[in-house]
Structures are given as structure tokens and as C-alpha cells.
Write a protein that binds this ligand. Sequence first.
Ligand SMILES: *[C@@H]1O[C@H](CO)[C@@H](O)[C@H](O)[C@H]1NC(C)=O
Ligand SMILES: *[C@@H]1O[C@H](CO)[C@@H](O)[C@H](O)[C@H]1NC(C)=O
Ligand SMILES: *[C@@H]1O[C@H](CO)[C@@H](O)[C@H](O)[C@H]1NC(C)=O
Ligand SMILES: *[C@@H]1O[C@H](CO)[C@@H](O)[C@H](O)[C@H]1NC(C)=O
Length: 484
Amino acid sequence: MDRILKFCVLLTLVGLADASFTKHDFGRCEGAVRNWAHSSLDKEIREDKHTLRDLLFFLHVPRTGGRTYFHCFLKKLYPSSLECPRSYDKLHFDPSKPNCRLLVTHDDFSITSKLPRERSSVVTILRDPISRVFSTYEFSVEVAARFLVHPNLTSATRIAGRMCSKTKGVSTLDIWPWKYLVPWMRKDLFARRDSRQSRGLPIPKSNDFYDMEEFAMPLHEFINHPVAEDIVHNGATFQVAGLTNNSYAAESHEVRHCVQKYKILGKYVLQVAKVKRLDDMLYVGLTEEHKESASMFANVVGAQVISQLRAPNASMTSVDNIGHSSLSNSEPDNFEHQNSTLNSRAIETSSSEATESKMTVGDLTEAYEDCISSLRKAQTQRRFFSLKRISPVNFSTEARLQVSDAVLQQIRSLNDLDLELYEYARDLFSNQHKNVLQKLTEERWENISIMTNWKLLPSMITLVFLLSFSLTVNMRRRMLKVKM
Ligand SMILES: *[C@@H]1O[C@H](CO)[C@@H](O)[C@H](O)[C@H]1NC(C)=O
Ligand SMILES: *[C@@H]1O[C@H](CO)[C@@H](O)[C@H](O)[C@H]1NC(C)=O
Ligand SMILES: *[C@@H]1O[C@H](CO)[C@@H](O)[C@H](O)[C@H]1NC(C)=O
Ligand SMILES: *[C@@H]1O[C@H](CO)[C@@H](O)[C@H](O)[C@H]1NC(C)=O
């Protein structure tokens, strides 16, 4: 009896201590997060955020399609001599290369502490968080599967190490977050293959490619793993805020852990990400609104880069066109198959025309369309060959429909901050889009009114005719649809 009583007292005490620790811990966390938010919110408001400054920083959130912007827009605008060195090696990163004007990395916002802040413009692209998680999972598995050509994990890892040093340290395996995700998946794929081989060829239990544990880590296992918590979930918010696991700011790790532990603290991070980051950016695109985003990028960013580089004082003679880093070296994704680099020449040609010739926004858009289609072809081919190694697994948008609601719901809940940030970005985008359209229309009308109205009359008539024609056609089409 006595003993039981003592035991109960002990339990209560432990419980109390626990509760007070939790309370204390929450207080500490709240303090850390609020301090961080406060110091971020303190900074002065930017007036001229619509004007491109000397340095363009492309904050590349993984799996948002930023790579195509880099190859198909920015590489055509900037000669490689103006590209800032990328920060693969954080300890020795020195962005102060004289004259450097373009920085594209997966680094988070905290890298701006190393940049001349008042002379930098930031741009980014955001994507629907659910799609981004899917894509991150698929890409991790895809890249890791390429290593299955090797007989065992030991030799695959050795080859990978050699590949890194050969490409002077620039491959997917060096770049955050892939430097964590790919080796993790690679180890996992080899383990599953070994177990398949020892048990004979298995027949998959399900027809859901995202849940074939005999061949690859199922999606639900991926999203619940601590590594995914570290670097995948709410990844866009943390990156925009400057709080990723890859951050330059010392306090960021505590802040991030606190926000992951106490969801209620997320509101501070969101507030900073919205009004102190996205609001101040020169451009925010959306992966989903691909066409509008690209056209806006050309008109908002492209047009300004063109006129900036052409200005007399831009003074960067375009000497460096010979020393172009080839696609296979500079691009994180291309470290293997020679097959898929076939198209790289098509992608590289006509680089940085802006400095040499009279490139216009129209030319830029046209070059972009060509470039993006060859890039996409190359990507599809790579994916096909990689996934063949873990056949029957084959990821696609249709296959995603097999994934259960429970898993989707869980992804949503693990990415609550990203979902809210994405909604915010959508609003921002539609406002920006409206403004740009309005400005373009105004410019066009100004140009038109400069010309004499008489000269214009025939083309006006044609325009009106074309407009009414397309209206009729559309209407007829709609009616047909209704009938069917
Ligand atoms: C892995 O493969 C290499 C190359 O075939 C071989 O030399 C080595 O013995 C293998 N290692 C193991 C642990 O099986
Ligand atoms: C970042 O995340 C990876 C993967 O979980 C982990 O190995 C690494 O130690 C983390 N880095 C920091 C600074 O937390
Ligand atoms: C343009 O360059 C000249 C000489 O390099 C310099 O003296 C001048 O201040 C520059 N003008 C601007 C607006 O930067
Ligand atoms: C390269 O492409 C050819 C034909 O398209 C194919 O037969 C070959 O297997 C590919 N090589 C690799 C390493 O994927």
C-alpha cells in the first residue's frame, strides 16, 4: 500500500515536471520564433521592387520548374561571365565575384545576407505543395534508380564519388536537397533489390506505383520519414523565409525546429514569408500557370535584363562566350547518361544573345519555347530509362490518382504552411498579371495613337474582323460542345 502510494506520488511529480518542462520549452520556442520574425519584419520597406537591380537572385525552390527558366531564359540573357559562382561549398562561398549579376541556387533566402542587399532583386516560382511533394519523391527515386546499373551499393557509391570529383563537384549529388535525398533512396533501392533477389521475383501486391514496397520505398513511408520532415515538408515556406536545413543563419535551425514542433508558431513564419519576402520580390511565378508565368517572366524580368545589359555602362564585354560551362557540367540533373545530353547543344546555342544583338522580348519568348521542348524531351527520356530499372514502377500524373485520400490528406497536413503560402502567391500572381497586362495594353495604345489614325484604319478593320471571326468560331464550338 505504502509502496503504491509512493509510486503514485512519484508519477504525479514526474507528470508535473514534464508539464512544466513542456510549458517552458514552448515559451523558449515562442521567444525564439518571435525574435526571428521581429528582426525580419523590422527591415525597411522597399519602394521600387518592380525595378531590376544589379544582381538577380533566382531563389530556386526544388521541383518547381526553375531549371527551365535557368536554361531557357536566364542563360539566353546573361553570358556565363556574369553568373555568380554557386554556393555548393558554403564555407568557402564568395558571391562577390566582380561584375556577377545572376545567382541561381537552391539556397534559401538567408543567402541574401551575403549579397549586396540593396542592389539585389529576388525572383522565385512556387508550386502546388501536393504536386511538389509528389515530384520530389519521384525525382529522388528516379535519380537513385540510375545507380542500379551497378552490381551493389558499394560499387555504386564508389562510382558516384568518382563522378562528383570528375565534374568538379557539381552534380545532383552535391546539391541540397538531393545530396541527402538521393543517397538515402539509393541505399533503400539496393536493399529492396537485394531482398528481391534473395526471395525470387515477387509479384507486386498492389497496382499503385506509389506503394510497391518490393521495388521502391512507398510514398507514405517517404513522407513520414524524419529526412522528409527535415527537408521536404513546408520546404517552400522555409526556403522563402530563409529557414531551411541548409540555411546560412545560425538561429534558423532552432526556429525551424520550434515551428515543426509547435504548429501554432507557423503563423510568424508565414507572416514573414508573405509580407517580407514574396511581397518584395520582383517576380513570383507559378508552376501551374506555366504559360502566363513564362510570358510574365519575359515581360517583367527579361525586358529589364535586356535593357540593363545593353545600357552603355553595363560594361561587361561579352568575352566569355567561349568558356561556357556546358550543360552537363553546370546542371545538377545531368550527371549520367550521355544519351540525354544529346539535346544540350540545342539548348546552349544562342546563349546570351542579349548582350550581343538586339534581342527583343519576342525573340526571347520564341527561343524559350524551342528550348523548353527539347529540355522536356530529354527529361522524359531520362526518366524512362531510369524507371525501367525498377519496372513495373512507373510514375505519372495518371498513376498519382491511385494514391489514397488518407495519404493525400497527410501530405496536406504536413505542408500546411506551404498550402497557405501558395494561396497567397496565387493572389499575388493574379494581381501582378493584371498589372502587367494593363501596362502592356497602355503601351500598345500609346504607340498606336502616335501613328496617324488614317494609316491605321485598314489594320483596325482587319483587327475588328478577326476578333469577330474568332468570336463566332468560339461560339459555334461551344454550341457544338453543348449539343454533344
Ligand atoms: C560489389 O561489386 C564489385 C564489382 O563487381 C565487387 O568487386 C565487390 O566484391 C562487390 N561487393 C560486395 C560486397 O558484394
Ligand atoms: C539536414 O537534413 C539532413 C537529412 O535529414 C540531415 O542529415 C542533416 O544533418 C541536416 N542538417 C542540419 C543542419 O540540420
Ligand atoms: C558610367 O561609367 C563611367 C566610367 O566607367 C562612370 O564614370 C560613370 O559614373 C558611370 N555612370 C553611371 C550612371 O554609372
Ligand atoms: C541510349 O540510347 C539508345 C537508343 O536510344 C539505347 O539503346 C541505349 O540503351 C541508351 N543507353 C543508355 C545508357 O541508356
